[in-house]
Design a binder for this molecule. Structure first.
Ligand code: FAD
Ligand code: NAI
Length: 328
């Protein structure tokens, strides 16, 4: 019996590959440094219910992804979100409806990756620091000094800066990953006892520290008595304020929100800030996957594709296809 395939990262890219490899009869084992799956599709459980602090919604443009999203919908993992959309630039707030289909996980964004993981074998709270090859197989070293293996192939499904150091055994791939800069995003959640007097449920923002805000409670399945909002800062602002204490980030983004939303915004009854260091690739690539088939080392993720949920899923599919091709 051959050794299993290791997958580092249980975001949507790693899980997309894991599902495809498992369906093809391959033995896999997943690792993640976090305590749960989802990566940037994570939701934070809080006193104000579950809050989508990373990906806000996703669109499906590729036929293969459209098909899989419909399956998720049929299983109750995802639903359409039809917010009252607005746009705000130079301080002017305007309704900005469109025909785009937008999807969210139900009852929270992380429900999708949680369901995709299912009963697949996984080790959480395991920060992989090195991927190295023995005479025949691959092994992984973690931050606690433990070694995991042997593995026949390793798929690295982390953001590019984390992938580049794990790809040291394949310098060309490591160089490609190192060339992808990823930009930060500060995200803040606010909850109010009384609903704010506005029709806004989602808003694309320009000329402000913010670049997006959403009424989390307007998404399907979010049961909470509080009026919950998620505000996301622009990459520029997030870079400039990277080391600002969380309280100050909340205060500043709450202020920017109050300025643009056009109704009274009281002090929130609950607030929370999260800093995503590697939120989005600065430039888009169309690699699909990085692969060294001779070595059996691969990397995938949103940064190999469109920098969105759809791109990450497609990249995972492409990685699985390459691995299966090599196994034939
Ligand atoms: P990730 O989700 O980052 O998964 C990587 C996983 O690897 C993580 O779980 C991490 O813990 C793990 N990991 C990293 N290093 C190690 C290590 N050394 N050892 C073990 N595990 C490790 N996309 C959209 O389509 N629509 C949106 O509205 C949208 N909004 C966004 C808003 C924010 C604030 C952010 C941050 C992202 C947003 N995105 C959005 C982008 C979308 O979330 C990502 O494109 C997608 O989730 C990336 O998936 P991934 O699997 O490639 O990476
Ligand atoms: P989409 O088609 O809804 O949005 C793409 C872009 O088009 C938006 O960023 C916005 O600028 C514009 N837009 C769309 N509809 C609009 C409307 N009704 N009015 C005004 N402008 C509108 O979704 P897509 O292509 O799936 O993109 C995903 C979203 O995720 C984008 O908004 C992107 O900025 C965001 N994202 C955020 C990240 C972060 O770290 N904050 C990381 C990755 C994606």
């Amino acid at each position: 019996m051959s050794a299993p395939i290791a997958i580092i990262g249980t975001g949507i890219a790693g899980l997309s590959a894991a599902q495809a490899l498992h369906a093809a009869g391959q033995e896999i084992h997943l690792f993640d440094k976090s305590r749960g799956s989802g990566g940037r599709m994570a939701s934070k459980r809080s006193d104000a219910g579950a809050l989508d602090m990373g990906a806000q919604y996703f669109t499906a443009r590729d036929r293969r992804f459209v098909d899989v999203v419909q399956q998720w919908q049929a299983r109750g993992w995802a639903a359409e979100w039809t917010p009252n959309l607005y746009h705000c630039s130079a301080g002017k707030l305007r309704a900005s409806p469109d025909e785009q289909l937008r999807w969210v996980g139900t009852p929270r964004m992380s429900a999708i990756t949680r369901a995709m993981l299912g009963a697949l074998p996984v080790t959480f709270s395991c920060h992989i620091t090195e991927v190295f090859r023995g005479p025949e197989h691959w092994h992984l070293q973690d931050a606690d000094g433990q070694t995991h293996g042997p593995f026949s192939h390793v798929l690295i499904a982390t953001p590019a800066p984390q992938a580049s150091s794990l790809l040291a055994a394949a310098p060309k791939l490591a160089g490609a990953a190192a060339s992808v800069a990823m930009e930060p995003t500060w995200a803040v959640a606010l909850a109010f006892e009384q609903p704010l007097e506005t029709l806004v449920e989602g808003c694309f923002v320009q000329d402000s520290p913010l670049d997006w805000l959403a009424r989390n409670r307007s998404k399907p399945g979010r049961e909470t008595l509080l009026d919950t909002w998620v505000l996301q800062a622009s990459s520029e602002w997030s870079k400039e304020q990277l080391d600002l204490p969380k309280d100050a980030v909340i205060e500043q983004l709450h202020g920017a929100f109050a300025e643009l939303i056009g109704c009274a915004v009281p002090a929130p009854s609950f607030s929370l800030a999260h800093r995503w260091l590697y939120a989005r690739p600065a430039t888009a690539h169309q690699w699909g996957v990085l692969a060294d088939a001779n070595l059996g080392l691969y990397a995938c993720g949103d940064w190999c594709s469109s920098g969105r949920v759809e791109g990450a899923w497609l990249s995972g599919q492409e990685a699985a296809r390459k691995i299966l091709e090599q196994l034939q």
